[in-house]
Design a protein around this ligand. Structure first.
Ligand code: PMP
Length: 355
């Protein structure tokens, strides 16, 4: 049965990745053992971690100034780990939504936080480009894609201050100059792999600049020394991310994915804009190419619309519990056909219920 999976996360993965990782659980590379039964210090697993590291660097065009880490604790742990390692006195943050707000909350435990912009008054439907990053702050933190409301930063500021970016919901979805970032983190449950692992990409020379007695698990330098196996890592999720990166490479890399993602998003936004029954509230230039939020203009039609898409094997279209409405998450692995199918349903709904 064909299911159109618009879940926001954990979300759709390439079918080939799901198949191969399932096979590895039964019999890993013909060893007669499950991937879940091998030591994280075995040659087999060390090869997986090495290959995944190389693939991240290759796909993102990173050089050896960067270390790649596969950690646990989700992006949520990074909200504290970043200031623990990088904040001496003060850092600057953009408040662009729920996850950014959580990052700010944790950072405040470590020092002063300067909010350069808050989208709160406009229900986070817009991301300012007119802010100044003070030269004296230890780092500037932003969230490239705001998963809940559906906004995305299309450009990043030019600054000599280290840029830290939460890319949890749009990593590997587009080509960027990743060398402009000092630290990128992304929890793996959308474009990367199964949940339970967070990729951290850090420029090594931003570390070790402040005097702090950092607990071992919170210290990036210790993870770099231990090549992500300070303790037992999430073996399955790291393996699945290796498979996903192989899939990305086979597809032609980030430039191809960016073209596909922009096309899928454009089709859906065009339909929302022209359909009499739906609306999207995000400023056009800030619309996310990963999470497309939309609402029925007449809330009374919700029951009918829900009945219609649910009957057609569409899943995960409900908006976030804080926001209501609808959200179509159209990550890398979501086929164009699923977007086209949703558009058909929306058109049909318009014909049936437009007065
Ligand atoms: N940041 C963003 C942008 C997210 O979308 C999410 C989760 N959806 C998080 C942080 C939190 O990630 P985790 O649950 O892995 O801690």
């Amino acid at each position: 049965m064909k299911i159109h999976n618009f879940n926001a996360g954990p979300s759709i993965l390439p079918q080939e990745v799901v198949r191969k990782s399932a096979q590895s659980v039964i019999d890993f590379n013909g060893t007669g053992l499950s991937l879940l039964e091998i030591s994280h210090r075995s040659i087999d697993f060390l090869e997986i971690i090495e290959k995944t590291t190389c693939l991240v660097k290759k796909v993102m065009n990173l050089n050896d100034d960067y270390a790649i880490l596969f950690l646990q604790g989700g992006a949520t742990l990074q909200f504290s780990m970043v200031p623990y390692n990088l904040m001496d006195q003060e850092a600057a943050y953009l408040d662009t939504g729920f996850w950014a707000k959580n990052a700010i909350k944790e950072a405040k435990r470590f020092g002063k936080v300067k909010i350069l912009f808050s989208g709160k008054d406009q229900n986070y439907t817009h991301i300012s480009k007119n802010y100044q990053i003070p030269y004296h702050v230890d780092y500037f933190h932003c969230t490239s894609n705001n998963t809940i409301v559906g906004t995305q930063m299309k450009t990043f500021p030019q600054t000599s201050v280290p840029i830290v970016c939460d890319m949890s919901s749009d990593i590997f979805s587009r080509k960027l100059n990743f060398l402009q970032f000092s630290l990128i983190y992304a929890s793996a449950q959308k474009n990367v792999s199964s949940a339970g692992m967070t990729i951290v990409i850090v420029r090594k020379n931003v570390l070790g600049k402040i005097e702090k007695n950092i607990p071992s698990y919170m210290d990036y330098k210790i993870h770099i020394q231990n090549k992500s196996i300070l303790n037992t890592p999430n073996v399955f999720s790291i393996y699945t991310s290796m498979l996903t990166l192989e899939w990305i490479e086979k597809k032609g890399g980030l430039s191809i994915l960016e073209i596909e993602n922009k096309y899928k998003a454009k089709l859906l936004y065009d339909e929302i804009d022209q359909n009499n029954l739906f609306e999207n509230k995000i400023h056009k230039e800030d619309r996310s190419n990963m999470n497309v939020s939309f609402f029925l203009k007449d809330k009374k039609l919700e029951k009918e619309f829900n009945k219609m898409w649910r009957k057609e094997n569409i899943v995960g279209l409900d908006g976030h519990r804080f926001l209501g409405g609808y959200r179509a998450s159209i990550y890398n692995a979501l086929p164009l056909k699923s977007v086209q199918f949703l558009i058909e349903i929306m058109k049909e709904f318009e014909i049936k219920f437009s007065s």
